[in-house]
Design a protein around this ligand. Structure first.
Ligand SMILES: *Cc1c(COP(=O)(O)O)cnc(C)c1O
Length: 422
């Protein structure tokens, strides 16, 4: 059996796709280790970790076993009035490995939903404190937090095309993306806008929401840890909560288990997703401090107002437990550090090309930023012809390999990038 591509083209939406001019989609038959097996027999090295999720690669025996064992017990059970071992074990692990003040865990079904939950937590918290006027989010330009309405409202207004949804979208506050680069210090001028805004309008601001250290889908920008540390202090000074969206950065991607650790800070609310199950299925989590949780529950509602049907899905929790164990028991720091130095070394020569604006790498993230947007369908086909799977966007051609990728496999990716971009 092969995939019916005509049916696909005529009836199926793919992410951010048009039904009028559908670019080619590649039928994948199976995946193993760091490779995708196309139906036509070609094998591609996966430089995307399936949108940054598959830390351990595909078809991982430990994760398969966890799913199979859990399947024999129960695939799902409601979480209202019921609990189960996979969820309890997962939440225990999350409380243990995240910064100490984060003590309460809300299991959500996707990254976007965990951001919705984080925003609702912040709003309910201030409502309970008798300050319902603290209802705005302060977000960074170039940020990305998901596609549902609440999450979309704190994404970059331009790339998120807020004007399309203007009548239905909550209006929040934005400051420019951090100008100070990762590894650099932060000058006063870099913090001026956010300082002024917090000083003037903290009375209406519930929380600052940001992606710590790496702004992902909004531009793959790496910014100064000092910026993050200073924003944490500003939030304390002006009594505003800090929401760290670690959905892309969590579980070691930037070289620290959580990107907040680069700045030695802890947020009041943290969102996790993407790599939580090692890329096996959808699951996310929102963690918060005792202060936030107690505040919410002392308020008018007396409860936190959220409860998804598939909350705490046992199958997803069991796989997440196996994925976290596999990560923590393995030498992930060494692997991510080795990927970083190889990416830096092999992508560096590309800066000499007149088409290339910037080259950067942090942890297991390697980015080539072009002067002009790339034609995705064309470059994707050229990459596939070279046995490599990447999904560039805008001016960015980047890779986020699974941590288990071997040097010669990563070299295949970086040399394809070099050949096509230089
Ligand atoms: C991917 C992503 C999200 C959204 O997660 P979904 O699972 O796609 O809903 C939110 N925030 C960040 C930083 C992300 O990278």
């Amino acid at each position: 059996m092969t995939v019916d591509l005509d049916f696909d083209r005529q009836h199926i939406w793919h992410p951010y796709s048009s039904v009028l001019s559908a670019p080619p989609v590649y039928p994948v038959a199976s995946a193993e280790g760091v490779h995708l097996q196309l139906e036509d027999g070609r094998k591609l090295v996966d430089g995307m970790s399936s949108w940054w999720c598959t830390l351990h690669g595909y078809n991982v025996p430990e994760l398969n076993r966890a799913a199979e064992q859990q399947l024999g017990k129960m695939a799902h059970v409601m979480f209202g009035g019921i609990t189960h071992e996979p969820a309890v074990e997962l939440c225990r692990k999350l409380v243990e490995i995240t910064p100490a003040p984060l003590q309460k865990v809300f299991l959500a079904d996707s990254g976007s939903v965990s951001v919705e939950v984080a925003i609702k937590m912040a709003l309910q918290y201030w409502h309970s404190q008798g300050k319902p006027e603290k209802s705005k989010m302060l977000a960074l330009r170039n940020g990305y937090h998901g596609d549902t309405f609440g999450a979309m409202s704190v994404c970059d207004p331009i790339t998120g095309m807020h004007h399309l949804f203007a009548n239905n979208l909550p209006q929040h506050l934005f400051v420019a993306a951090p100008e100070c680069q990762f590894g650099e210090t932060c000058e006063e001028q870099h913090l001026e806008e956010i300082t002024q805004l917090l000083r003037k309008r903290h009375g209406e601001i519930a929380a600052v929401i940001l992606e710590p250290i790496v702004q992902g889908a909004g531009g793959m920008r790496f910014y100064s840890a000092e910026y993050l540390a200073r924003v944490r202090s500003l939030c304390d000074e002006y009594d505003v909560l800090l929401i760290a969206d670690e959905i892309a950065t969590g579980f070691g991607r930037t070289g620290k288990l959580f990107a907040c650790e680069h700045a030695g800070i802890s947020p009041d609310i943290m969102c996790l997703g993407k790599a939580l199950t090692g890329g096996y299925m959808t699951l996310a989590a929102t963690l918060c401090t005792e202060r936030v949780a107690d505040g919410i529950c002392r308020g008018e509602a007396g409860v936190f107002m959220h409860g998804p049907t598939f909350m705490g899905n046992p199958l997803a929790c069991a796989v997440a437990n196996a994925s976290i164990d596999l990560l923590m028991q393995g030498p992930w720091q060494e692997r991510v550090a080795a990927l970083e130095s190889q990416l830096k070394q092999e992508l560096a020569p590309l800066v000499d090309s007149p088409r290339v604006a910037n080259v950067r790498a942090l942890g297991a993230i390697g980015v080539v930023e072009m002067h002009e947007p790339v034609v995705m369908a064309k470059i994707q086909q050229q990459l596939v012809d070279r046995g490599v799977w990447l999904r560039p966007f805008g001016k960015l051609v980047y890779t986020m390999p699974p941590y288990v990728m071997q040097p010669q496999e990563l070299r295949k990716i970086t040399s394809a990038m070099a050949e096509l971009l230089a």
